[in-house]
Design a protein around this ligand. Sequence first.
Ligand SMILES: Nc1ncnc2c1ncn2[C@@H]1O[C@H](COP(=O)(O)OP(=O)(O)OP(=O)(O)O)[C@@H](O)[C@H]1O
Length: 586
Amino acid sequence: MVAEVQAAPRRLQPLRRLVPFILAYPVRLSLTVLFLLTSAITSLAIPAALGGAIDEGFVAQNLDNVGRYGWIIVSIAALMAIASGARFYFISVIGERVLADLRQAVFGHLLALDARYFDTNRIGELTSRLNGDVAVIRGAVGSSFSLALRSMVTIIGALVMMILTSPVLTLAVVIALPTVLVPVIAFSRRLRGMSRKTQDALADLSAMATEMLGANRTVKAFTQEAVQSALYDERSEASFRAETRRLGARSVMVAMVIFLGTAALVGLVWWGARSVFEGSVSAGQLAQFLVYALMAAGALTNVSEVLGTLQMVAGSTERLTEILDTEPAIKDPAVPVALPQPPLGTVEFDQVRFAYDGNEPVLSDISFSVAKGQTVALVGPSGSGKSTALSLLQRFYDIDHGAIRVDGIDIRQVALHDLRSRFAYVEQEPIIFAGTIEENILFGKPGASRADVIAASKAALVDDFVSDLPNGYDTVVGERGVMLSGGQKQRLAIARAILKNAPILLLDEATSALDAQSERLVQVALEHLMEGRTTLVIAHRLATIRDADTILVLEAGRIIDQGNHDQLVAKGGRYAELAKLQFRDA
Ligand SMILES: Nc1ncnc2c1ncn2[C@@H]1O[C@H](COP(=O)(O)OP(=O)(O)OP(=O)(O)O)[C@@H](O)[C@H]1O
């Protein structure tokens, strides 16, 4: 919203950011300029030939000359047609190319941004920038840029030809010009701020649609259809009103240009007729001059129209470059330290303290270590900071104090890719993508062979249900895996983690129990996954913590107790209470 206030004085400046994208294609750009100039020059030659036809043909009553000039005009027109077509093609292709590059750059950059960025920005708003704003630029880069360039060349060319044709008449035009230009410029200023506002309103709208459509089951379950629909209507109406205001202002501007332009033209014709009667200008010259003046005026109108569009493009470009300019807070170190090879699989938290956005610490003074192959269970009431600990280990956020080490190396000294390659993460609510079963498993290790996928599936007991599906591994599972049961989704996520074959397993156990049969299958799959790996598990099942080498009991972001199950039970106290209340099958 701050940017919206700043958008006005910056005017078309954001467009400069598109320049490097365009300059990346020098050959296409040169061809565009070549055809642009050819089409402009040829279109300027036609009125000159017309003037000749009038003076040497019509006024001199010489039909041969009329024919000769006719042929000249047709030849020029042919050249102009070819050049115009080629110009349209090349500039459109550049437009599409720039667009694809921009879209790719923004998406790639978004994926590289850190967790905190996504905590504070709405996903729907970001996808709207990626789609809506890119579309605005697409609409303009091909047509408006082309029109703006062509109009500018035409204005300059026509002006030169006007001076060559009749300096006196040109002087008259130059004197009359400000009466048209001044109001137009004043008005286009008002249009500026309006553009970004309408874009923001649109982004808001599309963010809401993305969110609500994604959550359509929740909407239905809470019978929120009418309420959300009304809310959407309200915002849609706001967007409509903003757009209407902008269109109104733009229409007034167009009307103004038409009226002032016509009035100026009538004055010019009168002044020209006077010059012809006085004998200082020939009839052919006047006709020629008027066509140039009309061309210049037409081009000027185009410029005023294009200016409105370009301001919109500037707004969209700005919203996209804002993303490109956002530096990820979590980055690779300048000189990354390599993790040991082969991996040791050890984890160490050393007096770690962390707070989300400078609030109360969510974790304080957290110290523990996990040896190779050990299983450490994190338990504690909701909100005690268990998930946060796993996020910190994967460096989704940077800690405020202390150190986290993997294989003895501070994770801030390691390249992010290397660090995260060391973990297999199984989330509480596994994320399943809209593709096929195989694609979902391959997410763990892109490029793995079908045989490896099947081996992982077998270990995760995914193979069982996949072989019953009509399309097997090529079965499309629907957005977020809606076509799979809860247990199947969990096993699919486990297969993905098995395929990744990382030395350290991070497991966030599902809180809700599946039915006994499903639960048993998931358990077997998990046992296969944990085999030979160091495991950090946020445990909700009694069976899991019973098997853990060490249990860390968290409360309000601190480790209040640790030991194995039997030791902790023997101690009584907080753990025993938790065990009674919190753990499934307790
Ligand atoms: N992205 C975030 N931004 C700000 N605060 C957060 C964020 N994620 C979690 N918190 C806060 O941090 C605290 C610890 O949350 P965390 O998810 O780590 O707890 P948890 O022990 O895993 O809880 P649960 O068992 O309910 O998942 C909570 O008070 C929560 O509100």
